[in-house]
Ligand binder design. Structure first.
Ligand code: ADP
Length: 447
């Protein structure tokens, strides 16, 4: 490029010298110089026009007739344009490749822009969501899928969990919707047909719920007769008192199991959105649970500590007494399960501490005991149904193995989480972490 400029400058110098020399023949050296310069400028303007026309044509027309200087510039631009075109072609092929692969999917894929309007979708969306690209491009997706939960799902942008939705095409079609945000607030929405899994899951839930309900009546009859027999054991052979006692313990255990199974199927079958919502006074709930727990176990030390001041540092500050927006029965059952476990798995003089405090953006309700503790290998599986650390431990305490599964379900329905810390021989700590959004300062009641 440097030599190009040098050559061009040389040419200009020669032209100007020639103009000057010719001009000086007639004593008009400067005029000769000026004419040579004008000639050069005019030629350059002409070449520039040819170059500009060629450029306007995006470099697709024939190369214009220009001097070496412009010709070299045009060649360089031509090379760059060719490179760009090749890259563009490769990108286009990549986009086509991805579009084709999305088209081949049985799952529906919809791309929506920052305003929620449909940008692109594959063919499967017609069967699953009733959306067709040619007809619906540019439409608001929430106008085509009219379900409040779907609207909320897109609005809140909490896409860590999928949404189960009944298809707008058919009430028999159940979809799992999973969205994710990408470039410039665009959203990719995947819809998967899970009708078969949904039906199977529903059959399982219904089966467990029906069996549990059906077992209730015979169990009540058996327990009733056993209790009557227990009160009238005089005159019966020696073997009977112990046998009746054991049968009673087992029938009570089955009774608790049936009740827990019914509670679990209720939690699974009633969606969170349809669950009854109360304003639960936290202090009232915890104090009630603690005094209920203390009564049958006077020797155990059961204490409650509520760190009310930790809530005041929030913006806006949360003033005690606080209430939680949630389902009273569910919360009562979850916290009661944790406290009952702490009682079950500690010695007669065991120490149980229940506390409530605010840490960062969460409210923590903790149940801590100094009981036998749990080996770390069991902790990840504790919330599975019927998972027991040690079945002999459970049969002696009358546990069902369902308590922590209920706790986990209830907490998930309140956007909360359960964390378990435990050391064998030292004790366990069960922490329920609630987001502060579910809390509000108690409203004064009008009398
Ligand atoms: P269960 O009705 O058997 O207590 P859970 O689901 O409530 O069922 O608990 C599952 C298992 O976790 C129990 O069998 C027990 O071994 C263990 N576990 C629960 N809480 C405690 C605790 N506070 N201390 C020690 N072990 C516990």
């Amino acid at each position: 490029m440097n030599s190009l400029y040098r050559d061009e400058l040389l040419k200009l110098g020669l032209l100007l010298s020639l103009g000057y020399l010719i001009g000086s023949q007639w004593d008009y050296a400067w005029a000769g110089l000026a004419i040579a310069l004008c000639f050069y400028i005019l030629m350059m303007l002409r070449y520039y026009r040819h170059f500009n026309d060629w450029l306007d044509n995006r470099g697709l027309s024939k190369k214009p007739l220009v001097n070496t200087f412009w010709s070299t510039i045009i060649d360089q631009i031509q090379r760059l344009l060719n490179e760009l075109r090749n890259e563009q072609q490769l990108l286009r092929e990549d986009v086509e490749y991805f579009k084709e692969s999305f088209q081949a999917l049985d799952n529906g894929v919809v791309v929506i822009d920052h305003a929620g309007k449909i940008d692109w979708c594959n063919k499967s969306t017609l069967d699953l969501l009733g959306i067709q690209l040619e007809r619906d491009k540019g439409e608001l997706l929430v106008n085509l899928i009219r379900a409040p939960e779907f609207n909320r799902y897109l609005e809140q942008q909490q896409f860590d969990q999928p949404l189960i939705l009944v298809s707008p095409r058919s009430p028999q079609l159940h979809l799992e919707i999973q969205a994710t945000i990408f470039r410039h607030n665009h959203t990719l929405v995947f819809a998967r047909d899970i009708s078969d899994v949904y039906i199977l899951e529903k059959m399982r839930r219904d089966f467990v719920a029906n069996v549990s309900h059906e077992l209730r009546t015979p169990l009540t009859v058996i327990t009733g007769y056993l209790e009557t027999l227990k009160d009238n054991i005089e005159g019966l052979p020696d073997i009977w008192p112990r046998a009746i006692e054991q049968m009673l313990v087992q029938s009570h255990r089955m009774d608790t199991m049936v009740e827990d199974l019914i509670a679990l199927s209720r939690l699974e079958s009633v969606p969170k959105s349809q669950s009854h919502t109360d304003r639960v006074t936290i202090e009232g709930l915890l104090t009630g649970l603690v005094s209920d727990a203390k009564l049958p176990f006077p020797k155990k030390s059961i204490s409650l500590d509520i760190a009310t001041d930790t809530f005041q540092h929030q913006t806006p500050p949360l003033k005690w007494p606080l209430q939680m927006i949630g389902n009273y029965d569910e919360l009562h059952s979850a916290l009661s399960n944790l406290i009952q476990n702490a009682i079950k798995y500690t010695s007669d003089s065991g120490k149980i501490q229940i506390s409530c405090k605010c840490v960062r953006n969460n409210m923590l309700i903790e149940v801590q005991d100094d009981g036998e503790g749990i080996d770390a290998i069991h902790i990840p599986r504790l919330t599975e149904r019927f998972y027991r650390v040690d079945s002999s431990r459970t049969s002696s305490t009358g546990g069902t193995g369902l308590g922590l599964a209920i706790v986990k379900h209830v907490l998930a329905r309140h956007n909360a989480e359960l964390t378990i810390h435990s050391v064998v021989g030292k004790g366990s700590r069960f922490i329920c972490t609630f987001p502060l959004e579910v809390l509000e300062s108690e409203q004064p009641t009008d009398n």
